[in-house]
Write a protein that binds this ligand. Structure first.
Ligand code: NAD
Ligand code: UD1
Length: 339
């Protein structure tokens, strides 16, 4: 298939591009580089052995999006482009609503106008809101979220449902990611957060490489085995494989909208992840226990049974793989794509 990958220069998009090419798809990237570096493209070309066409523009611009679809035929769109920092979304909510909804509107309108039927959308486990005990299943309703970022995902999921109801020829796959971590095993592409990382894994990696003094563990008094929060960390390589599987599946399904959780089904605590990273690095890492972070749920993990059965997909990588691959990327690229 000829696949347009929005946000293809970003963390998850870049890993998915490599696997799409390996699976025989023709990939075209569109990215504004709002949260990524053009240097990733050369690394992707080295990994895939292909020239990758890249269109650098902001997808909230409908006219530019329309021109791209008029110039090039696509069979499918994988839509990663968006802003994703939960804390920042509370500071600049309008930017989040405008960007995340606007990019989706442009793509949906251009798809409609040019008869492109297949779309894979990056949603998040954040749409399960403040649920009771995990595991979380796709049929939990109603979806809800506690941040402007999360609400953009809830809104876009509803919009996709409405658009598909009006146009049943569409085939839309909504993928709810749990906690993506890790990097390509080559160590040449990985997560490159701007500024101080918000998420656990990139923060630990920056402590390990000496860019941060120590990890602050956000609370050790939760009702969990070791008192720290438990999350379903999924290797970005397994996550990328889930997109290739979803694309294949969309070519066969009857339903206009399908929702799949992408997670392992296993929870790992903050201390569990820290100690796994220490094993990868070969020594202990400085850390202190601090207060809880507002909005954190004690436990979150997926029920991945639906994705396992319908996509013929399951995760293969372990927590140790996630740490080893993150460390390879971080130690070889201490300042990310800057060097
Ligand atoms: P990322 O920031 O690394 O990648 C997003 C890419 O989209 C970036 O390259 C950015 O430059 C681009 N972009 C942003 N706004 C754009 C616009 N208006 N026009 C064109 N390009 C634009 O993020 P990621 O971690 O790769 O996440 C990809 C998607 O997955 C996002 O939609 C995110 O919300 C979702 N998601 C991520 C996580 C996670 O933990 N990383 C979890 C759940 C869901
Ligand atoms: C966060 C977001 C969630 C989003 C997800 C994307 C919040 C409240 N939630 O989820 O909406 O979908 O990122 O991956 O921001 N931790 C520390 N010290 C740190 C960083 C994190 O102890 O410096 C802990 C957190 O308290 C949490 C765990 O590590 O218990 C994982 O944190 P994080 O990587 O931010 O992911 P989520 O909290 O699951």
């Amino acid at each position: 298939m000829r696949v347009l990958v929005s946000g293809g220069a970003g963390y998850i998009g870049s890993h998915t591009v490599v696997q799409l090419v390996a699976a025989g798809h023709d990939v075209v990237i569109v990215d504004s580089f709002a949260n990524s570096k053009p240097a990733v493209i050369g690394r992707l070309e080295a990994l895939t052995g292909r020239h990758l066409p890249v269109h650098a523009f902001d997808l909230t611009d409908y006219d530019k999006t329309e021109r791209l679809f008029a110039d090039e035929p696509f069979d499918a769109v994988i839509h990663f482009a968006g802003l994703k920092a939960v804390g920042e979304s509370a500071q600049i909510p309008l930017d989040y609503y405008e960007n995340n909804l606007g990019t989706s509107f442009s793509l949906l309108r251009a798809m409609q106008r040019h008869g492109v039927r297949m779309l894979v959308f990056s949603s998040s486990a954040t749409v399960y809101g403040e649920r009771g005990a995990p595991p979380y299943r796709e049929d939990f309703e109603p979806i809800e979220a506690t941040s402007p970022y999360g609400r953009t995902k809830v809104m876009i999921e509803h919009i996709l449902g409405d658009v598909a109801a009006a146009n049943p020829a569409l085939r839309i796959g909504i993928l709810r990611y749990f906690n993506p971590v890790g990097a390509h095993p080559s160590g040449t592409i990985g997560e490159d957060p701007q500024g101080i990382p918000n998420n656990l894994m990139p923060f630990i990696a920056q402590v390990a490489v000496g860019r941060r003094e120590r990890l602050v563990v956000f609370g050790d008094d939760y009702p969990t085995a070791d008192g720290t929060c438990e999350r379903d960390y999924i290797h970005v390589e397994d996550l990328a494989a889930g997109h290739v599987a979803a694309l294949n599946r969309l070519a066969q399904v009857e339903a206009p909208v399908s929702v799949w959780n992408l997670g392992t089904g296993q929870g790992t605590s903050v201390f569990g992840m820290l100690h796994a990273f220490e094993r990868a690095v070969g020594h202990e890492l400085p850390h202190v226990v601090g207060p809880r972070r507002a909005g954190d749920q004690p436990r979150s993990w997926a029920d991945p049974a639906k994705a396992n059965a319908e996509l013929g997909w399951r995760t293969e990588k372990t927590i140790d793989d996630m740490c080893a691959d993150t460390w390879r990327w971080q130690s070889r690229n201490p300042t990310g794509y800057e060097d």
